[in-house]
Design a binder for this molecule. Structure first.
Ligand SMILES: NC(=O)c1ccc[n+]([C@@H]2O[C@H](COP(=O)([O-])OP(=O)(O)OC[C@H]3O[C@@H](n4cnc5c(N)ncnc54)[C@H](O)[C@@H]3O)[C@@H](O)[C@H]2O)c1
Ligand SMILES: [Zn+2]
Ligand SMILES: [Zn+2]
Length: 373
């Protein structure tokens, strides 16, 4: 079918997105076509434009945070049918590889190919100007329809609004799991979340749900500090120095049990102050993406080692999409996890460059592209 899509023809050059007609193929074996209700604008797509995250293929159809309704299934698909409501997971899970069967589906073998720019079978479902087009995370949600592997689709109940559910495809579980699984926040903890955008706001909510006693949101943008408070932060700070003072005051100089970094771009200067804020035996969670060639950090190694701290990287918040996406949808239904409040601004697909400019300007917790019914 012929539909509009937002493509990067020259990833890594900051040249922005081109909205143009693309041709989307019907599903092959093990795939489904989904009509999307909405797509979130995650910072990771901006990293494709800036080059922080390198791509194996151009052009690429962006977008990896979406939800919608199944309109067609390919051969061999027996667990989904037309009409099902699904969230698109930005990482597929095959259910068979070592990582999947040992409960670490976020690191499924299939994840290795999500930036390669083809479907898992090495071919393209999308074409433009006579060429094969790649899809971010095998998905490409910057188009009103996607044809994707069904192991990246997670069925949800039909009473969950799809626009809100779209966020559960990446930013929500990534932030939530950064607190719940990667940070292992427990009752009574002091937790710091650095950067409360589309991902970090969910780390705040996850930490609150796990019973954090002190919850400090560090965020330069005032309206996001306000929302972080509404979502459970007990304190806010506009920068790291202010946060350090608050944490020292709250913990008698001991530091936070868990510090989570969810800023837009992970650069070296965050590491040492974040480790200084971490309690001995505590965990520093790195969720943000860093520029791919970033190798050097300053870290007080003596203190780090002798105080038994842990730096914990996390992909997708160490969640298991097939379990945790429905779980978060249920938390939303019960009012425990807020999603609607995270959507600051809605856009039409043709305004996608404005949406990314607003992301860079810090205007949105989450911007969302909404498609017609
Ligand atoms: N690990 C994963 O699996 C995974 C998944 C999704 C996104 N990410 C990454 O997580 C990061 C966050 O993504 P997002 O979509 O929430 O981005 P975002 O732009 O919505 O949010 C980043 C926030 O950091 C704030 N910030 C900037 N500088 C700061 C500073 N010095 N101190 C405190 N806060 C600061 C910004 O104001 C903004 O609110 C990105 O790097 C993204 O690529 C990682
Ligand atoms: Zn994302
Ligand atoms: Zn797997």
């Amino acid at each position: 079918m012929k539909i509009p899509g937002a493509l990067l023809w020259e990833p890594g050059t900051n040249s922005g997105w081109t909205v143009e007609e693309i041709e989307l193929d019907p599903p092959k074996r093990g795939e489904a076509t989904v009509k999307l209700a909405a797509s979130g604008i995650c910072h990771s797509d901006d990293h494709l434009d800036t080059g922080d995250i390198p791509l194996g293929w151009a052009p690429i159809l962006g977008g990896h945070e979406g939800a919608g309704v199944v309109t067609e299934v390919g051969e061999g698909v027996d667990h989904l049918e037309v009409g099902d409501h699904v969230v698109l997971s930005f990482l597929p899970s095959c259910g068979k590889c070592k990582m999947c069967v040992s409960g670490r589906a976020n690191m499924c073998d299939l994840g290795a190919g999500v930036l390669a720019g083809t479907s898992p079978d090495g071919t393209h479902r999308i074409h433009a100007r006579g060429q094969g087009v790649g899809a971010m995370s095998y998905l490409g949600t910057f188009a009103p329809y996607v044809t994707v592997p069904t192991n990246a689709l997670v069925k949800i109940d039909k009473d969950i609004p799809l626009k809100s559910a779209a966020l559960i495809g990446c930013g929500v579980p990534t932030g939530w799991g950064s607190a719940v699984y990667a940070g292992e926040v427990t009752l009574g903890d002091t937790v710091v979340v650095i950067g409360t955008g589309g991902v970090g706001m969910n780390a705040v909510q996850g930490a609150r749900q796990k019973g954090a006693k002190n919850l400090i949101a560090v965020e330069p943008t005032e309206h996001k500090r306000d929302l972080a408070k509404q979502l459970g932060a007990t304190h806010t700070a506009a920068g790291l120095d202010e946060a350090k003072e608050i944490v020292a005051h709250l913990t008698n100089g001991q530091g936070a049990d868990v510090v989570i970094i969810t800023v837009g771009v992970l650069t070296p200067e965050f590491i040492q102050p974040a480790q200084e804020m971490t309690h001995r035996g505590g965990t520093l969670v790195l969720t943000s993406a860093a520029p791919v060639n970033q190798r050097d950090i300053q870290l007080d190694l003596y203190t780090f080692a002798m105080s038994g701290k842990r730096i914990q990287g996390t992909l997708y918040g160490t969640t298991n999409a097939q379990n945790d996406i429905p779980l978060i949808a249920d938390l939303y239904r019960r009012g425990e996890h807020k999603l609607d409040e995270l959507i600051t601004q809605e856009y039409r697909l043709e305004d996608i460059n404005q949406a990314f400019q607003d992301l860079r300007d810090g205007k949105n917790v989450r911007g969302v592209i909404v498609y017609d019914d």
